[in-house]
Design a binder for this molecule. Structure first.
Ligand code: 5RP
Length: 243
């Protein structure tokens, strides 16, 4: 009997499959402006893209990295990087490819497990097309049942935001650093709150996305409900399915 793939193996497979498919279909082509996500699924996709560039099959690619992790990977793989507001990119991407923490059947997402949700959302919402890649653990019925929703907040507003959220019945933790004392500080100098919210909000992520962002000091939250992505999911049997 064939051994089942681990989640890490699924991430490798789905990343390679998605890049190869998009190239074959002509959806990734020379001269494109591509947004690159953050995390352990996005990294093998960055590597696969670099292989096409190194072989000369893709030329003049302009990448926008969503985090320091991704910009370092691009530097290591010699993928030219630009900021979203540079003249070359001009505030708009052709394609963004990224991972996710949760994906529901309507293609709403939770992102931000890697604390890169702010730049990831700016890129996803300013991309002509958006592609999400994931292992089978990422597909869920209801967002937030397993993975808490990350919110990027201004450090100054930590307590005022927490009090407001508590009044809505939300429970939360301030995300702590690993091998760093104190809270996680994002690439943008902010903190992350990981929240669990009452059942009634779970049915309408789009409404909750806007309500959260209206709290003073909330910079962005990890619900992605606009620009529905093309989704590639790998399973333990090694198949990659699309929806
Ligand atoms: C980073 C993200 C990642 O896409 C998300 O956390 C998934 O990560 P991984 O691919 O490592 O499972 O949103 O902010």
């Amino acid at each position: 009997m064939k051994a089942l793939l681990t989640l890490d193996e699924q991430k490798q497979i789905v990343a390679k499959h998605a890049i190869d498919t998009l190239i074959k279909e002509g959806k990734i082509f020379s001269g494109m402006k591509i947004g690159l996500g953050t995390g352990s699924t996005a990294m093998p996709a960055v590597k696969r893209l670099a292989e096409y560039i190194q072989k000369g099959k893709l030329k003049n690619i302009a990448a926008v990295p969503s985090s320091f992790q991704t910009s370092i990977a691009c530097e290591e793989f010699n993928i030219p990087i630009f900021s979203l507001s540079s003249g070359r990119i001009n505030g708009e991407l052709d394609l963004t490819i990224d991972g996710a923490d949760e994906i529901d059947s309507k293609k709403n997402l939770i992102k931000g497990g890697g604390a890169a949700l702010l730049r990831e959302k700016i890129m996803a919402y300013n991309s002509k097309s958006f592609v999400i890649i994931g292992d089978e653990s990422k597909q869920v019925k209801t967002l937030g049942t397993g993975f808490p929703l990350p919110i990027e907040i201004a450090p100054e507003a930590r307590l005022s935001i927490m009090k407001k959220l508590e009044s809505w019945g939300v429970s939360m933790v301030l995300r702590d650093g690993i091998r760093k004392k104190g809270p996680v500080v994002t690439d943008n100098g902010n903190f992350i709150l990981d929240i669990k919210w009452p059942a009634q909000a779970k049915t309408n992520p789009s409404k909750f996305e806007k309500e959260l962002n209206a709290i003073p000091g909330v910079i962005e939250n990890g619900f992605f409900t606009e620009n529905p992505p093309r989704v590639f999911i790998a399973n333990a049997g090694g198949e990659v399915k699309e929806f």
